[in-house]
Design a binder for this molecule. Sequence first.
Ligand SMILES: Cc1ncc(COP(=O)(O)O)c(C=O)c1O
Length: 171
Amino acid sequence: MSFSALATELAELETCGLRRTRRLLQSPQGAHVTVDGCEFVAFCSNDYLGLAAHPELVRAAQEGAGRYGIGAGASHLILGHSAAHHALEEALSGFVRLPRALLFATGYMANIGVITALMGRAAAVFADRLNHASLNDAVLLSRARFRRYPHLDLAALERLLAASPARASSW
Ligand SMILES: Cc1ncc(COP(=O)(O)O)c(C=O)c1O
């Protein structure tokens, strides 16, 4: 795509009110934040539990950086699965009383990892149209048959399921 075509596309997004820009967060995450020099009450972060700036977690991160350094250095399957990751996985699996837990760095990566591991060409996935983009990307990557139904329309979902030739899950 040429630069002028890109500029046209950006202008169209602007006209439709769809052009997104990044705001400058100048405070820690929390209920009260400073954005672009102004104070706001934040309703749009994922820091639901207020843990991002919790003093104990900040202290633990500082201590961890001192002990393990910054960055995993490699993927978990190569040389990036540290004792700290392992201890956290074990603590989390104990917390939810399940045999194992697996850490992902982001929610996006968790959805990509889990869905591509569980789904394949023979599978069919039925998804609400307003699902998070990571779920859509994961299904496309898995190559499963992808059917989307209007948001919360369970009657439409039932019709899609009834018409699907996909076999029932084998696990
Ligand atoms: C349902 C859902 N899945 C995945 C994500 C992506 O998570 P992350 O921003 O950690 O990649 C989000 C983010 O808000 C989400 O709400």
